[in-house]
Design a binder for this molecule. Structure first.
Ligand SMILES: [Zn+2]
Length: 448
């Protein structure tokens, strides 16, 4: 970033006006001259001013429309690009306290300023999340489902997942989650082990199909959650499950229907129901992507996310060959094609498509995986600006409803911003060209 230039920075009078209009307190920062990508999908505003005071954006727009107050610290961002901090709706954290804290710091480094943790949080993780929410450790703004729900023998195996066998038990588990201060509940409704079709699982007593959590228990979970003001989010792979869950009030889904293609009637219905989908394309192609495009393993930002050991494991000839001759490879690619089509269908119809990478699952690295999901949304047919909207304003609406307090660079929104050196609207891969990250008005590279 270059230093401040002396170019006409408006008079004290208009500065006072801007202040009065903002009605906000604290030190001001003006980011001047960048192309502004506001996160709504609108075209970039060249030569913009983003004015931050305290922890919020008080004004943003063309330079001529946004006076810079005299007390503002001016950041000359000519030639740079500014977009909202990214929001990743699908993460599974682990690694104990130290590992978890490292993942949170990593996400911030990659410009992920808000993250939703989907169902892998037992007591140990919940303690870290409490510290994060209280601002005691550096972390994205976090939302958690605590420990998610599945069938006693359902996907995914193991973990901290809760597996109620009766409706009463299900309700009690939701009450306990509410008491533990979760933000939502999560359930897995999946009989396919990661989207493989006609798959079975080797239980202690032999191979058998994977059972899904029953509709009665799903309904009990959703209704009990609603009584505590908690939304329910579901991992789904087929249309009937989306329909059943939507009928009892679920609006937000991760992954896509993909056991079969969906038709135009389903798309219209999803739109009427105001559903949202966060496809997790990154997870769906994680068993071949890094073998088909091994050059990504030399990406320095992936090294930052994963470390050398994990990269070396991925580069090992055995791993690479295994990925290329995956026994379910053809099936997984068919499913992936359906997911891309589904994503496009939803976007074209105005159904909310949001970003959720499934970071922490399979080969989806935290931070890096969020940017990879942006790329894959574009490969699925979104424009770069639509993909950025999926990862900012759309995801914010999934979390906070129609007028979320963050997720866009606009007056009154939280000052969560990423400054980029290259244009992500021209090439979404440029979302990784991160110069600086601001969270709630504070540059993360600034000393305390
Ligand atoms: Zn997941």
């Amino acid at each position: 970033m270059k230093h401040a230039r002396c170019a006409a920075f408006v008079s004290g009078a208009s500065a006072l006006l801007a202040l009065a209009a903002a009605g906000s307190e604290g030190p001001a920062t003006a980011i001047v001259g960048a192309a502004l990508i506001d996160g709504t999908g609108a075209p970039p505003v060249e030569d913009s001013v983003v004015l931050v005071r305290g922890d919020v954006v008080v004004a943003a727009g063309p330079r001529a429309d946004v006076p810079v107050p005299e007390d503002a610290t001016v950041i000359d961002a000519a030639g740079a690009f500014v977009m909202p901090g990214l929001i990743d709706l699908h993460n599974h954290y682990g690694g104990g306290r130290e590992g978890f804290e490292r993942l949170l710091a990593l996400q911030l480094e990659f410009g992920v300023t808000t993250a939703r943790s989907l169902g892998a949080d037992g007591a140990e993780n919940m303690a870290v999340i409490a510290d994060a929410k209280a601002g005691r450790i550096p972390a994205p703004r976090l939302y958690t489902a605590g420990a998610g729900f599945s069938h006693p023998r359902g996907m995914p195996p193991g973990g901290v997942i809760q597996r109620p066998t009766t409706v009463d038990e299900a309700r009690k588990m939701v009450r306990d989650l509410a008491a533990a201060d979760v933000d939502l509940i999560k359930m897995w409704v999946d009989d396919t082990l990661d989207g493989r079709l006609e798959w079975t699982f080797d239980w202690n007593d032999g191979r058998a199909p994977i059972p899904k959590i029953s509709p009665e228990i799903r309904t009990a979970l959703v209704r009990e959650a609603a009584r505590h003001g908690l939304p329910a989010v579901a991992h789904i792979y087929n249309e009937e499950d989306v329909r059943q869950l939507a009928a009892v009030g679920v609006r937000h889904f991760v992954h896509t229907a993909r056991a079969a293609p969906v038709d135009a009637e389903f798309v219209r219905w999803a739109k009427r129901q105001a559903l949202s989908f966060a496809p997790a394309l990154a997870k769906a192609q994680d068993s071949w992507f890094m073998a088909e495009r091994p050059e990504v393993l030399d990406d320095p930002s992936l090294l930052r996310a994963w470390g050398q050991q994990r990269i070396d494991r991925m580069k090992a000839p055995g791993t690479q060959a295994g990925m290329l001759v995956h026994p379910q490879g053809a099936q997984l690619r068919t499913v992936y094609g359906r997911m891309q089509r589904f994503t496009r269908q939803m976007q074209d119809a105005g159904v909310t498509v949001a970003l959720g990478s499934d970071s922490g699952a399979g080969n989806v690295p935290f931070g890096w995986g969020t940017h990879h999901e942006l790329e894959l949304l574009v490969e699925a047919g979104l424009t770069p600006l639509q993909a950025i909207a999926a990862g900012t304003s759309n995801a914010a609406r999934v979390l906070e409803g129609d007028d979320p307090p963050f997720g866009a660079i606009a007056r009154g929104k939280a000052a969560d911003l990423v400054l980029l050196s290259r244009d992500p609207s021209a090439d979404i891969g440029n979302s990784r060209s991160i110069e600086r990250v601001m969270q709630a008005g504070r540059w993360l590279d600034a000393p305390d």
